[in-house]
Ligand binder design. Structure first.
Ligand SMILES: *Cc1c(COP(=O)(O)O)cnc(C)c1O
Length: 412
């Protein structure tokens, strides 16, 4: 059973001050999880997690992660600007972008972020618009499918990201000739993996590649970036990943492949988003309407504007009806938002306890790629974000949008 990190009593109090819908984040959960990740990789001297800012772009969240020793992984101008404003400097910022505009490369160079190139053609582009730095990384895409045992996890061959294997060699030689002193390798081969095997398998691929590239090109490889993709159990039947076991699996691959090649000084980086924040966010919403037609609908005051994943990918997000945690789930509902878009459903044919108008529901695992993916369709406004602090106090870390915000870019 999935548990909420706030009680009904706490929520009733919070709602008196901050009307629903809102996202709320659990500071204690975020910190404990970040500490466990750092512990899992503490065997690696240069280990650093670069939080994927896109998952939860809120300065208060970024600052918590900074205190836990994380850097930031950005892929746009505003993400770079936010990271800089939060006090991240130089090599504390990774710039893993794609289809990158010139001004974003310029900005990344200005603040000395580590650039992770997504394409071989970006070498000339970067040289022309901002110059080639001394430290640079390239993103690898092996193509084909990525499997664990007999299970296909994802299709890198269909992904727009990264350089092919021959391009990696060519790029390293070219960059070396342009004066690069230290190289990194990055790859992201499968998303939301709920298995302890993903990072160790990916590590083997990248460690072997690193040994080959070093032999072929003679460059110094300073870091290997395992990127994101460690997932979370959205459905209640799944077991969470064991990050200590994952760290141990990566350590074995490191000792088998890198250490014998004389590369025992390579730093490991991660760029986790979902794993860092996902479980530590709830979307809290109130039931506005019940509608019984061809199906039974529960209408919330939240919509896909606040959480797009179900509408966009059919993603499962667990729902708890507050105060009814122990009641039997003997009703079946579609739980909807108010957009004029039939995809705007948080759940379809979901078994839940009998719901009444005014009930408060928690939609789980919205801490990453939740608020952030929101949009303004139908002129609906984005919600507030709240932080449940370690001492139990609640702080608003982003106010809700107002109609004035929505109209701010228009003249009429
Ligand atoms: C989205 C993204 C991540 C984070 O992915 P998660 O699934 O949230 O772990 C990391 N790196 C890059 C380059 C990304 O685009």
């Amino acid at each position: 059973m999935k548990k909420t990190f706030v009680t009904k009593e706490q929520l009733d109090q919070i709602i008196k001050e901050y009307p629903t819908p809102f996202h709320i984040y659990d500071e204690m959960g975020i910190r404990e999880n970040a500490r466990k990740l750092n512990q899992a990789f503490s065997w690696n001297k240069g280990f650093k997690e670069y939080f994927a800012v896109k998952a939860t772009p809120n300065p208060h969240i970024l600052k918590i992660l900074k205190e836990e020793g994380c850097g930031m992984d950005c892929s746009s101008l505003t993400e770079l600007m936010m990271s800089e404003r939060c006090g991240f400097e130089g090599d504390e910022i990774m710039f893993s972008s794609n289809d990158t505009p010139a001004n974003e490369f310029k900005y990344a160079r200005k603040i000395n972020a580590t650039i992770n190139l997504d394409d071989i053609s970006h070498i000339d582009f970067l040289e022309e618009v901002a110059g080639i730095p001394e430290i640079i990384s390239c993103r690898y895409n092996p193509g084909g499918t990525f499997s664990l045992g007999t299970t296909i996890m994802d299709n890198p061959g269909d992904a727009k990201y990264g350089l092919t294997r021959p391009q990696m060699t060519e790029a390293f030689l070219k960059l070396k000739a342009l004066g690069v002193k230290e190289f990194g390798i990055h790859s992201f081969l499968a998303s939301n993996t709920v298995t302890n095997e993903y990072y160790p398998e990916l590590a083997k691929i990248l460690f072997k590649l690193a040994v080959e590239l070093k032999e072929e090109t003679g460059v110094h490889i300073g870091f290997i970036n395992l990127s994101g993709g460690v997932g979370i159990p959205y459905t209640p039947d799944k077991e969470p990943n064991d990050i200590l076991e994952i760290g141990e699996g990566v350590r074995k691959a490191y000792e088998e492949i890198l250490v014998p090649a004389g590369m025992g000084d390579v730093a490991l980086y991660t760029e986790l988003g979902r794993y860092m924040l996902g479980p530590y966010g709830h979307l809290v919403s109130t039931v506005l309407h019940e509608k019984n037609t061809h199906k039974n609908y529960i209408g919330l005051d939240a919509s896909a504007v606040n959480l797009m994943r179900p509408a966009m990918y059919g993603a499962y997000h667990h729902i708890t009806v507050m105060g009814k945690e122990n009641e039997p789930c003997d009703y079946m509902y579609d739980v909807t938002g108010s957009l004029c878009e039939n995809n705007d459903k948080f759940a379809i044919d979901r078994k839940l306890p009998k719901i009444s108008i005014g009930d408060v529901v928690v939609i789980h695992d919205t801490g990453a790629h939740g608020f952030a993916m929101g949009y303004n369709y139908n002129g609906k406004l984005k919600s507030a974000e709240l932080l449940l602090e370690e001492d139990g106090a609640v702080r608003q870390i982003r106010r809700a949008e107002t109609p004035e915000d929505y109209f701010a870019t228009l003249e009429f």
